[in-house]
Every structure is written in structure tokens, then in C-alpha cells.
Write a protein that binds this ligand. Structure first.
Ligand code: PLP
Length: 415
């Protein structure tokens, strides 16, 4: 065994308690998924394809009911033609907010791609919420936690939506637990009629309940992340109260039509099969993240969350503190991918970003980040963010490949 293999073996020996916890959560979530499939009597007929208006698509209807069941809420809108998480979130915001209302974001700035939707960046006149006279306020986290004093002060009668992002995404902040979001729901409901809306991306199935089970009005995410299980080829979901989901269905299609139409063109089976796999796929991604944290800690780097932390999403970041090491890490992930393994990722000027960004993704589904993928902006402290790993084995191969490239780059630097 070489040095890295010894580190890997030791890491796995040290992670048994963490791995067991992840196994338990996956087992409970698998039981929940199977119970929902059973209750709603999933059968082969639900896999049938519909075209045109998609009237009476039983598969589409059963998928909505199963998501509502699993998310502990009244209703759901799960659609392959929601193009990504940003689209699903925008449907939620435009669905709930009206001119004169205020959107209050309580975990700091929402995900980058929502800035133009809200109208805090981008071109006036493009149809942002701001163009429609919808106000925006933001409360920062305090010591990594929701700042209830500050939220209470900003929560006046104009606030229609209290928005919270569960995952840290690509920010330097902790991820919120479902219980922390539950606390926010209680706090808001005691003081106001505002809807509580959650950006649930990357959080699904990392715990045994979702924020909607604790009363969040709308919980939103992407099917090419956790709940699609690596099987859904596209799509997004919105789950929540009957009222909130109905309003969103009017935004997705048209007022009056809502969610009662929409051809599924053969996607029902992938969505259901993906949901069946999701607790397991999330488990594999969580184990890959934990393994990476431990191995890179052993190599002298800082991992966030660290290898002993209880996790609430699948994102792992590692501070590499050097642009060459960041690029080396991404190369290693790419070289160990099942698709495009011969490609070498290079930093590039991505639209909307100040610094160059490097990305590694060799995925079956384009842009899918439940599959092993990594990226990072080329700025200090040169942190790589990565997530996914459809199987722990392939995740481990990828992380060791990344570690080898990093060690090689360090050695080259020392020469
Ligand atoms: C991925 C993600 C989104 C949506 O991103 P898309 O690329 O549009 O799917 C939104 N919020 C968070 C926290 C995310 O991780």
C-alpha cells in the first residue's frame, strides 16, 4: 500500500460511526419511500407516457401525491419540464408574491442565480420581482444561526414570503438543520401570515424529514440533485400547503389551468425510479463527502463540514489555499469520472462571476450534481466545493484521484 492507501484505510476505520448514522437515515427514508409507493398503489400503468395536454395522466398525479406524502404536506407539483432548481424557485416566488409585497430572505443572500429573479442584479425591465413592485429585504445569519431578533424586526405586514436557504450552497456558512427551519416556521407563524418558503436544494433525504413536515408552506428543489436519485433526467418540485402549491401551479402553466395538465412524455418512470433510489444515492454521496473530509484532513487541509460533523446537506468544501491545488483537485475528479474522463478542466470566465471558475463534472445527466462533481472560484482561500457520488465506491475512487493530483502538484511545487 502506498501512503495514500494507508490514509484511506485509516479514514474508513475512523468513519464507522459516521457511516452507521448515514446508513440508519437511508434505511428509514427507504422505508418511508416504499410505504408511500405502497399507499398510493404504484403500478406499471403509472409509467405510461402521455402527450399533448396530458389529461388524466395517472402517473403524474401519483407522483405528486407520493411527494406530498414523503414531504409531510398537503400537495406537490413535480414536473420534468421545470428546467432546474432556479426555475422551480422562481415559480415559487412569482406564485406567492404580488405587487406591493416584500420578500424577506433570512439566511443572508439567496443562491446566486436568484439575484436576477429578485432584481438585486441584472437589467431593469427584464421582468424581475422588482420590476413588478415587489420589495426585498435580507437578514444575515448571526454566528451561523438564524438571527431571530433581526428577523422579528423586519417582519412587518408587507412581508408575504419569508425565504430561507437550507444548504450553504457555495457560501461560507453552515447548512441549516430541518429543526432549525422548524423553529423559524413557528417564529414566523406566531407573528405573521407570511408564507415560509425553503430552498431545499441538496438537503433532501439527508435527514428523516423535510422542512414541510414542520410547517413550511413551500419547499422547493431540483430533480437532478438529491430527490431524482441520479435517475431523473430533468425536472424540479414544489411541495407544501394546498394553497401555496395551487398558486405555484398557476404560475407554472396558467391561472385556472394549474397542475391538471402537462404531458409527461415518458418521464414518470425515471422520476419514480429516481425517488426509489434517492435515499440510497444520498447515502452514497454523504459517505463520499465524509470520506473526502477525513482524507483531506489527514493531508493537512481544513474541511467544512469537518469529518465529525452531523450533516444536513451533501456539499463538502475543502480549503486548498492555492490555485494550483484547486485545479489539481478538479482534474483528479474529472479523470476518475465515468463520462469525459479524458478531459482536463481549465479555469474559465463564467458569466455572472467575478473570478474565474474551474469545474469538474463527468456525469451521465448533464449538470447533475448528485453525480460526483466539483468546482471552485479562483480566489483565496481557493476552496473546492464538491458533492455527489452515485456509488460510494466510485466516489472513493474520485476522491483518491483528486488527492493524488493534489499531492503531485504539491510535490512539483516543492521541487
Ligand atoms: C443548485 C441550487 C439551486 C438551483 O440551482 P440550479 O442550477 O438552477 O438547479 C438553488 N439553491 C441552492 C442552494 C442550490 O444548491
Amino acid at each position: 500500500m502506498d501512503g495514500l492507501e494507508i490514509i484511506a484505510k485509516r479514514a474508513e476505520e475512523n468513519l464507522t460511526v459516521g457511516f452507521e448514522r448515514i446508513d440508519r437515515i437511508a434505511y428509514i427514508n427507504t422505508e418511508r419511500v416504499l410505504a408511500a409507493f405502497k399507499k398510493h398503489r404504484v403500478s406499471e400503468g403509472h409509467f405510461a407516457s402521455s402527450t399533448g395536454y396530458g389529461y388524466d395522466d395517472r402517473g403524474r398525479e401519483v407522483i405528486d401525491r407520493i411527494y406530498a406524502e414523503l414531504f409531510g404536506c398537503e400537495a406537490a407539483l413535480v414536473r420534468h419540464n421545470i428546467v432546474n432548481g432556479t426555475h422551480a424557485l422562481a415559480i415559487g416566488l412569482y406564485g406567492l408574491l404580488r405587487p406591493g409585497d416584500t420578500l424577506l430572505s433570512v439566511a443572508g443572500k439567496p443562491y446566486d442565480t436568484l439575484e436576477e429573479v429578485i432584481g438585486i442584479s441584472g437589467t431593469p425591465g427584464n421582468g424581475s420581482l422588482a420590476d413588478f413592485g415587489i420589495g426585498y429585504r435580507q437578514v444575515e445569519l448571526k454566528n451561523g444561526k438564524l438571527d431571530f431578533d433581526a428577523i422579528g424586526k423586519r417582519l412587518d405586514g408587507s412581508v408575504k414570503v419569508v425565504f430561507v436557504q437550507r444548504s450553504k450552497g457555495y457560501l461560507d456558512r453552515p447548512t441549516l438543520s430541518v429543526d432549525a427551519i422548524g423553529e423559524l416556521v413557528s417564529f414566523v407563524k406566531e407573528r405573521s401570515d407570511a408564507y415560509v418558503m425553503v430552498d431545499n436544494c441538496y438537503g433532501e433525504f439527508t435527514e428523516t424529514k423535510e422542512p414541510s413536515a414542520l410547517g413550511a408552506d413551500l419547499v422547493v428543489g431540483s430533480l437532478i440533485k438529491n430527490p431524482g436519485g441520479g435517475m431523473a433526467e430533468c425536472g424540479g418540485y414544489l411541495c407544501g400547503t394546498a394553497k401555496a402549491v395551487e398558486l405555484c401551479s398557476y404560475r407554472l402553466t396558467t391561472v385556472g389551468v394549474g397542475g391538471e395538465v402537462g404531458a409527461t412524455v415518458g418521464q414518470n418512470k425515471n422520476i419514480l425510479k429516481g425517488l426509489f433510489y434517492a435515499p440510497h444515492s444520498v447515502k452514497e454521496a454523504l459517505k463520499t463527502a465524509l470520506f473526502a473530509a477525513k482524507v483531506f484532513e489527514e493531508l493537512g487541509f481544513e474541511a467544512e463540514p469537518d469529518s465529525s460533523a452531523v450533516r444536513h446537506d451533501i456539499i463538502q468544501s475543502i480549503r486548498l489555499c492555492d490555485p494550483d491545488l484547486l485545479c489539481a483537485f478538479c482534474r483528479g475528479i474529472q479523470y476518475a469520472s465515468p463520462v469525459d474522463s479524458y478531459v482536463t478542466p481549465e479555469p474559465w470566465d463564467m458569466p455572472g462571476y467575478q473570478d474565474k471558475v474551474i469545474m469538474a463534472a463527468g456525469t451521465f445527466t448533464s449538470g447533475s450534481s448528485i453525480e460526483l462533481s466539483a468546482d471552485g472560484p479562483l480566489r483565496s482561500p481557493y476552496t473546492v466545493f464538491f458533492q455527489g457520488g452515485l456509488t460510494y465506491e466510485s466516489g472513493k475512487v474520485g476522491i483518491l484521484s483528486a488527492a493524488r493530483e493534489v499531492l503531485k502538484a504539491q510535490k512539483k511545487r516543492a521541487e
